[in-house]
Design a protein around this ligand. Structure first.
Ligand code: HEC
Length: 116
């Protein structure tokens, strides 16, 4: 129930069910097709940007959310693949990312999480 409460203030933000087409294992593709389509409505300007931004490459290495070369140690991958108790996107607002998209994120991280 904690998750429901936590996301209550984002209830107005509608989630899209799908990403914008096939996602490639590059930062550019993940940024435009996953983050912009599925995450920035909550994690962008006017939302969580000041706390947990998902806008530019360096945002992923501040906490860090990504450990280059090791998807299983990367919070980003753990959350979108539902391996972490805190799942993203949150259940209340929409569907999980597709298997293909999750696979592309995993490959990108395991290939060194380059700014490509
Ligand atoms: C409906 C709103 C919403 C959407 C859409 C959303 N998030 Fe979140 N996200 C949240 C909230 C709320 C938190 C918790 C913020 C806090 O700790 O106060 C959070 C936290 C996080 C965290 C930080 C977890 C931690 O332990 O520090 C990450 C990473 C994250 N989200 C990734 C994503 C990714 C990737 C997507 C897109 C695939 C996404 N989120 C989509 C609302 C959202």
């Amino acid at each position: 129930m904690g998750v429901v409460f936590m996301c209550a203030s984002f209830a107005a933000a509608q989630d899209q069910a799908v990403e914008n087409g096939p996602v490639e294992a590059t930062f550019k593709s993940i940024q435009t097709q996953v983050f912009q389509a599925r995450c920035v409505k909550c994690h962008g300007p006017g939302g969580l940007e000041s706390k947990i931004p998902l806008v530019k490459y360096s945002d992923l290495f501040a906490k860090p959310l990504v450990v280059a070369g090791d998807s299983s140690a990367s919070l980003l991958y753990r959350m979108v693949s539902r391996k972490d108790p805190l799942r993203m996107p949150p259940f209340v607002t929409g569907a999980a990312l597709s298997e293909e998209t999750i696979g592309a994120i995993k490959s990108w991280i395991d290939q060194g999480a380059k700014d490509n």
